[in-house]
Design a protein around this ligand. Structure first.
Ligand code: FES
Length: 101
């Protein structure tokens, strides 16, 4: 099959979509505080949403546990960095909340 036949995965487009998801997650979502209101697909291969990932993180999952429990980054791997950032952001929030308390 030739390029552009429509039957192959378009990885540049997939990367662009994941970048947009990342930008939305790191900019708009914290500002709007819409946690739980809107779900976005973090892992397109497995159909896993950010709400599912965040719920697992809130229940104590780290990146390794996300991989084991949800199958994050087990196919193309493009969702790995976003999930690592979600874990890191949650850890930083917990750190700062502990500092304030
Ligand atoms: S987006 Fe491909 S494994 Fe998650």
């Amino acid at each position: 099959m030739g390029i552009g036949s429509g039957n192959e995965l378009n990885y540049p487009l997939l990367q662009l979509m994941l970048l947009i998801i990342h930008l939305i997650y790191t900019t708009i979502r914290p500002i709007a505080k819409i946690n739980g209101f809107i779900s976005m697909y973090v892992c397109l291969c497995k159909g896993i949403t950010d709400s599912q990932v965040q719920q697992a993180i809130d229940n104590g999952a780290d990146y390794k546990a996300l991989r084991e429990q949800l199958g994050i980054a087990s196919d193309c791997g493009q969702c790995g960095n976003i999930c690592k950032e979600m874990v890191k952001a949650s850890q930083e929030c917990a750190f700062y909340e502990a500092q304030v308390a």
